[in-house]
Design a protein around this ligand. Sequence first.
Ligand SMILES: NC(=O)c1ccc[n+]([C@@H]2O[C@H](COP(=O)([O-])OP(=O)(O)OC[C@H]3O[C@@H](n4cnc5c(N)ncnc54)[C@H](OP(=O)(O)O)[C@@H]3O)[C@@H](O)[C@H]2O)c1
Length: 102
Amino acid sequence: MILGEKIYVAGHNGMVGSAIVRRLRAEGYENLVLRSSKELDLRRQTEVESFFQQERPDYVFLAAAKVGGILANNTYRAEFLYDNLMIQNNVIEAAYQNEVKN
Ligand SMILES: NC(=O)c1ccc[n+]([C@@H]2O[C@H](COP(=O)([O-])OP(=O)(O)OC[C@H]3O[C@@H](n4cnc5c(N)ncnc54)[C@H](OP(=O)(O)O)[C@@H]3O)[C@@H](O)[C@H]2O)c1
């Protein structure tokens, strides 16, 4: 990745996403686009499409997910499946449509 190109880290407040942001900044990548789930709900396709059309990131790291332990995963199986399928599908399709490099 070229320094200065725009990088969107989805899930930057989370354990994985925050580690990615720390690593990127340590390596000199400062043009980061970050949104909390309150600012951008990645389950909502039209919101995701608008965000990508407006920001046009060059690279995307997808670390956003509904994450639970074994009990929560087993108790709320449909909710976990729905949220995570929607998040991944919306982000991957919007990245493809907006010519994200990687
Ligand atoms: N933790 C590990 O050791 C580990 C290892 C390998 C893989 N993973 C995978 O990495 C991913 C992230 O795990 P994690 O441990 O970092 O989870 P986490 O700490 O719970 O963080 C998940 C992040 O996803 C965001 N998010 C959730 N729902 C969202 C939505 N509807 N719209 C936008 N953002 C949403 C949250 O944003 P807000 O904070 O803004 O609400 C949160 O910061 C998961 O797929 C997990 O399976 C984790």
